[in-house]
Design a binder for this molecule. Structure first.
Ligand code: ADP
Ligand code: ADP
Ligand code: MG
Length: 460
């Protein structure tokens, strides 16, 4: 290990998670924080902390100059970007490379290539991995889009090449809609990502979202099996599982092998995720995108494989060869993660950044709660609403659901409105218990009034 001073260029629960890995490895941790985050838990836990700018993330966590200057000023020899913020910015990785600081992630070139969803589709095709039928490259004009959509067949998804976080995606059922929605998608992508480039994909009906966790050292790559993230609202994940109940072992092995082939073909280094849509009726899977970073839902893969993904990504990015082989990765049981957001699910998920009152953490075998809360903490209103992730690991799926339900009941978070009532209702739902859902299941379920003050007993 040559890394001895690790700079954390992120906040919230993932900053706490990275500090925990650093401490376990005997690495000195340096936490970045904005002026809006002086009281955050990671600042208290890290060995050292440094301010990177004002509360708005554009002026702090997203400001490459500020973050790199802070990493240099604190003599950091490595930077962990977490997820979100600068975690998929080739410019950031390049600036660190130039400053002689190790980036805990793949090379800037790999981020650039796989972060562009059109280029990533091409890399997947070149590695023999099936992609959703769609445009070969970016679409240049609305007329060209209409022509390609006619060939693919409606409905089509209009997607931003630089997209992420579920933004910049539209569905068009007809050419008329396509002509109307494409300019909107372009404007949203331009505003959100500074790149209005669009491409088209066939809209898969009622697919399941399945993704494969990868670890690579630049030469070799292994997988840590798959996760299913089909319970989504606005194309954002709400509830995630490892593994995917809908897959038979043969399909699972094919899927995971395709992900390893693709990761190796781009000399992937670090932890990464290849996302796929699975068409259950056809038993077919299609690559949709790669996330070249640690993902929010990585803990469920850790629970079933026993691998500490954050520690392993630090090691390989420090230049060590992978110390695990594929044969070392043996999945055990089933794990579920639910995202606990500071949002009121009974009020259209309105953000509710309050002050944490009395708090009880659920405990017990197989229970993990990754969060950044403490009693008296005022949640800053400037950032996304994820408070933490409650994770339950059981011997099988039914056991994991039972443990999750108990943990949700044990969790006490006074003073906040959270998505806990939603997760309780989902854990009690017959379709969820059977694993009978897909990415378009949760929104109609919510619209049908399955979650109301009456069904949740008005609970917070
Ligand atoms: P992001 O980069 O925003 O995460 P993704 O390409 O991963 O975007 O897609 C996010 C979600 O949108 C998927 O999990 C799925 O629910 C839906 N989606 C994306 N592409 C398609 C498609 N071609 N057909 C059907 N649903 C899709
Ligand atoms: P993952 O791909 O790891 O499952 P997400 O796609 O949910 O995770 O989100 C990764 C990061 O992207 C989050 O940390 C969050 O900051 C950011 N993000 C997700 N959704 C949004 C959104 N709607 N607006 C802004 N940022 C978002
Ligand atoms: Mg995605």
């Amino acid at each position: 290990m040559t890394i001895s001073r690790l700079f954390i260029a992120n906040r919230g629960e993932i900053a706490v998670r990275i500090i925990r890995a650093g401490k376990a490895m005997g690495i000195h941790t340096i936490q970045a924080y904005s002026e809006g985050d002086t009281e955050m838990l990671a600042v208290k836990l890290a060995d050292e902390a440094v301010c990177v700018g004002p509360a708005p993330s554009r002026e702090s966590y997203l400001d490459i100059k500020n973050v790199v200057a802070a990493a240099k000023a604190t003599n950091a020899d490595a930077v962990h970007p977490g997820y979100g913020f600068l975690s998929e910015s080739p410019e950031f990785a390049r600036a660190l490379e130039k400053a002689g600081i190790t980036y805990v992630g793949p090379s800037a070139d790999t981020i650039e290539r796989m972060g562009d969803k059109v280029a990533a589709r091409q890399a997947a095709e070149a590695a023999g991995v099936p992609v959703v039928p769609g445009s070969k490259g970016r679409i240049a004009t609305v007329d060209q889009a209409a022509k390609i959509a006619g060939d693919i067949g409606y409905p089509v998804m209009i997607k931003a090449a630089a997209g992420g976080g579920g933004r910049g995606i539209r569905i068009a059922d007809t050419e008329e809609q396509l002509r109307k929605l494409a300019p909107q998608a372009q404007a949203e992508a331009e505003a959100a990502f500074g790149d209005g480039g669009l491409y088209l994909e066939r809209s898969i009906q009622a697919p399941r979202h399945i993704e494969v966790q990868i670890l690579g050292d630049g030469t070799n790559a292994i997988h840590c099996y798959e996760r299913e993230c089909s319970l989504q609202r606005r194309r954002q994940k709400v509830w995630e599982e490892a593994g995917a109940v809908c897959l038979d072992n043969e399909t699972r092995e094919q899927l995971c092998a395709s992900a390893v082939a693709l990761a190796k073909s781009v000399n992937y280094r670090g932890a990464g995720t290849l996302e796929y849509l699975y068409d259950e009726a056809r038993n077919a899977f299609y690559f949709i995108e790669m996330n070249t970073r640690i993902q929010v839902e990585h803990p469920i893969s850790e629970m079933i494989t026993g691998v500490d993904l954050v520690q392993e990504m630090i090691r390989v990015c420090d230049g060590e060869p992978l110390r695990l082989t594929q044969a070392d990765i043996k999945p055990n049981g089933h794990a579920i993660e639910v995202r606990i957001n500071a949002e009121d699910p009974l009020m259209q998920f309105l953000p509710f950044p309050g002050k944490v009152g009395a708090m009880t953490e659920p405990k017990g075998e197989g229970i993990r709660f990754d969060h950044f809360l403490y009693e008296g903490y005022q949640i800053p209103p400037f950032y996304d609403s994820l408070l933490g992730k409650l994770i339950a690991h059981g011997t099988d799926r039914a056991d994991a659901i039972a443990k999750l339900r108990k943990a949700l009941n044990d969790l006490r978070l006074d003073g906040l409105k959270t998505t806990v009532p939603l997760h309780k209702a989902l854990a009690d739902d017959a379709s969820v218990q059977k694993g009978a859902f897909h990415t378009q299941w949760l929104e109609p379920w919510l619209e049908a009034g399955n979650l109301t003050a009456a069904t949740t007993g008005g609970a917070s």
